[in-house]
Design a protein around this ligand. Structure first.
Ligand code: THU
Length: 136
């Protein structure tokens, strides 16, 4: 769904700024993410690559790790941006990481013309595996 919710447009702006801080010398694919906590705080993140490629962290994961380590575990929305492509949706692992804390989160990407595309996580990660699937 395309919309112009000012809060979400602002969140995408924070993701764009975060992408400028990406460390992506190998892929040359700089990604930024901005996560809106339910307490109103915004946590941004960028991808941080590594010469040992498997040690690379995606932008969304950086943002989640920053938020959780600052005491925020509930999220309303996440914006994702990459200057290399119009539609930069979270990868499968990032969808799973978001699902751990915010299974109903709104995922936001650029739709152009100052508007954003918003899709809720259950649509991007159907029949997900989540904490409640584990035996207690
Ligand atoms: N990347 C992200 O930061 N988020 C995603 O959801 C997709 C992929 C990064 C990882 C790697 O640094 C680069 O994009 C190319 O895969």
């Amino acid at each position: 769904m395309s919309e112009t919710n000012p809060k979400y447009v602002e969140l995408l702006k924070a993701a764009k700024e975060a992408a400028q801080r990406a460390y992506a010398p190998y892929s040359k694919f700089p990604v930024g993410a901005a996560l809106l906590g339910d307490d109103g705080r915004v946590f941004s993140g960028c991808n941080v690559e590594n010469a040992s490629y498997g040690a690379t962290r995606c932008a969304e994961q950086t943002a989640v790790q920053k938020a959780v380590s600052e005491g925020c575990r509930k999220f309303v929305a996440v914006a994702v941006h990459c200057s290399e492509t119009d539609d930069c949706w979270p990868c499968g692992i990032c969808r799973q990481v978001l699902n751990e804390f915010a299974p109903e989160i709104d995922v936001i990407v650029d739709a152009g013309n100052g508007s954003v595309t918003v899709i809720r996580l259950p649509e991007l990660l159907t029949r997900s595996f989540c904490p409640k699937d584990l035996p207690s």
